[in-house]
Write a protein that binds this ligand. Structure first.
Ligand SMILES: NC(=O)c1ccc[n+]([C@@H]2O[C@H](COP(=O)([O-])OP(=O)(O)OC[C@H]3O[C@@H](n4cnc5c(N)ncnc54)[C@H](O)[C@@H]3O)[C@@H](O)[C@H]2O)c1
Length: 315
């Protein structure tokens, strides 16, 4: 079987993890890593027996590198993703994909023009329980969908210094809610603020209002001394609760509490495998550039709503 030649750009906490997974996958050959921090690039390259680069342009000239994953600081993602697309590489760009919607659109247009895959690192979609919840909503086994609430709180991961909690953290839940509801909110209302972070918001409460009666609520912060990542979906007949960390799913209705059992799986492995298989088989990925753009648009609307104190309507 032909292996896909891949490289990772940005070898910090997340890029190193991605390099490990690409090395483990039978579908990929990890060929190179790149980081503006030469020491870091060298260390990670040594760990995985590949070539280190500090200049992306040089690495992108390699024909055997067919796909790249961009794991740089959030504010550099779009710039590096654009270079990779222009060099003819398929791209997985980490969330939040870009600093703003305009940059995200440029990535979409470039990927389309070049006929390349562009996907975004919305890892949560690869937690097995999410697919169970999605089917239960679609088959209406939970009755009519009423609302979803998501809680994603922890201490501030200090390495994140260039975006706030909305674009870094709440964006995962924004994407999951769009995915599960199969539609976009029509309006957003949010309160955000900063208690410890000097430059950006470190807490956010976001309400997403959908057509009809449905709504969703996201609580996200970097102020809580323990890590919680929970999603609760309420239907007219049952409630489903997913713990993203343990991957435990609980379904409760008037008669019983059910714990569907799934073997724990590493979501990053499932995500990268899916991306690579889509490239090799020329199939559309589960997450497209438009998903990244829409999530970013909602995140921006939340920040604007908080700044103005008004409900932000989305077209
Ligand atoms: N999907 C997820 O669940 C998930 C989890 C963690 C991080 N992330 C995302 O991954 C990205 C990296 O996060 P991290 O925690 O690894 O950060 P980090 O600070 O640990 O690492 C970022 C690395 O990128 C390098 N870098 C910055 N700009 C660069 C450029 N232009 N070219 C090459 N290298 C560059 C830095 O030197 C650093 O080594 C962020 O965008 C973050 O949102 C996603």
């Amino acid at each position: 079987m032909k292996k896909l030649g891949v490289a990772v750009i940005g070898t910090g906490f997340w890029g190193r993890n991605q390099a490990r997974v690409f090395k483990e996958l039978k579908e990929t050959e990890l060929l190179a890593v790149c980081d503006i921090n030469a020491e870091r690039a060298k260390n990670v390259a040594k760990q995985f027996g590949v070539k280190p680069y500090t200049k992306m342009g040089t690495m992108l000239r390699r024909k055997d590198v067919e796909a790249v994953s961009i794991c740089t600081w959030s504010t550099n993602l779009a710039k590096e993703a654009l270079k990779a697309l222009q060099a003819g590489k398929h791209v997985l760009v980490e969330k939040p994909m870009a600093t703003n919607v305009k940059q995200a659109r440029k990535l979409l247009d470039t990927a389309e023009k070049m006929g390349l895959h562009l996907t975004v690192g919305f890892l949560m979609r690869f937690i097995p329980g999410i697919q169970h919840i999605k089917k239960a909503i679609e088959n209406k086994t939970i009755g009519e969908l009423v609302c979803a609430t998501a809680k994603r709180v922890s201490e501030w991961p200090e390495r994140v210094g260039d975006v706030g909690v909305v674009k870094d953290t709440a964006i995962h839940d924004i994407d999951i809610i769009r995915y599960l509801f199969k539609e976009d909110p029509i309006a957003i209302y949010a309160k955000t603020g900063s208690m410890r972070h000097k430059k950006f918001e470190d807490y956010a409460q976001i309400m997403l209002i959908f057509e009809g009666k449905k709504s969703a609520f996201i609580e996200s912060n970097w102020l809580t001394p323990y890590k919680t990542r929970i999603l609760t979906v309420t239907g007219s007949k049952a409630i489903m609760k997913l713990d993203y960390i343990t991957q435990e799913l609980i379904i409760e209705d008037a008669k019983e509490t059910v714990h569907p059992r799934y073997m724990w799986q590493e979501p990053l492995k499932l995500e990268l495998q899916h991306f690579v298989n889509c490239v090799l088989k020329k199939e559309k990925p589960l997450i497209t550039g438009i998903d990244g753009l829409k999530a970013l648009q909602i995140a921006e609307a939340a920040l604007k709503s908080s700044a103005t104190g008004r409900v932000e309507k989305l077209k």
